[in-house]
Design a protein around this ligand. Structure first.
Ligand code: HXC
Length: 259
């Protein structure tokens, strides 16, 4: 598939794919086509057995500076309703394989929401996170009031959403929004390293585990525990479970096949 606003490398490392947002002049502002391309690429990578983990990145200056304000500026509420852009976001959310955001520079508005839609975030020292929609007369619409609040807690989320102030990589790490901060020249390599580590595990177990962790956001504890239990039992139907446990007993490294 060819794309206009993203670059896809299906094997940036063994079993690891990379999607790079590629509208550098516009600081990777997320227009509808770009979001559609991310959705299409993720669908293809999710169906590709040679891919076990995915890294999404931008460039040094910007992961993404938000939804494309120029594209949105003249729209009415009815236009927005009809365009239904969030079905694309919902589809991205359904990606089964783990996604790691490698973030440098601006991750603002929809850009911050896109990295929160990923499963983990590796940030460069220069990363800045923010929900500045309030400055342009609106509010977050792709999860900023929900995922950010769950990630950093009410008072920090309120401050970010109501003042539009950015937080640094350090603050984001302290608040629990990002996994790791590394020097700017290393953020992508570090994200690929983390993806490679996960790609070495049983891909079915990884997918079930991801699904189960996400369930914690969607449901109450008892239902989440039942869901977790079912996935746990189901993994005993896989060859990877037999291989993983046999390898432990035999004191060797497991060789997971995704079966
Ligand atoms: C469209 C954008 C953009 C955006 C930057 N650009 N952000 N275009 N939509 N979100 C464009 C600028 O117009 C400019 O193009 C070029 O990128 C470089 O940006 P500058 O402003 O010149 O750079 P700088 O002075 O370094 O400032 C960087 C910045 C600022 C602080 C990130 O660009 C900024 O405040 N951007 C908007 C951030 C924002 O409000 N995001 C939330 C959007 S709403 P030209 O051609 O003019 O030189 C949102 C809602 C999500 O995300 C809802 C769900 C999808």
């Amino acid at each position: 598939m060819s794309y206009e606003f993203i670059l896809v490398d299906a094997q940036v490392a063994p079993f690891v794919a990379k999607i790079q947002l590629n509208r550098p002049k516009e600081l990777n502002a997320l227009n509808l086509q770009l979001m559609g391309e991310i959705r299409d690429a993720l669908l293809a990578l999710d169906a590709d057995d040679a891919v076990r983990a995915i890294v999404i990145t931008g460039n040094e200056r910007a992961f993404a500076a938000g939804a494309d304000i120029k594209q949105m500026a003249g729209r009415t509420a009815i236009d927005m309703l009809k365009i239904d852009q969030f079905s694309t976001w919902d589809s991205i959310r359904k990606t089964k394989k783990p996604i790691i955001a490698a973030v440098s520079g601006f991750a603002l508005g929809g850009g911050c929401e896109l990295c929160m839609l990923c499963d983990m975030i590796v940030a460069s020292e220069t990363a800045q996170f923010g929900q500045p929609e309030i400055n342009i007369g609106v509010m977050p619409g792709a999860g900023g009031t929900q995922r950010l609040t769950r990630a950093v807690g009410k008072v920090r989320a309120m401050e970010m959403v109501l003042t539009g102030k950015f937080i640094s990589a350090e603050e984001a790490k302290a608040a629990g929004l990002v996994n790791k901060i590394v020097p700017v020249e290393l953020y992508l390599d570090e994200a690929i390293k983390l993806a490679s580590e996960i790609a070495g595990k049983s891909p079915i177990a990884v997918q079930m585990a991801k699904e189960s962790v996400l369930k914690a956001f969607d449901t109450h504890l008892q239902e989440g525990l039942f869901f977790e239990r079912k996935n746990f039992y189901m993994l005993f139907a896989t060859e990877d479970q037999k291989e993983g446990m046999a390898a432990f007993v035999e004191k060797r490294k497991p060789d997971f096949k995704g079966q």
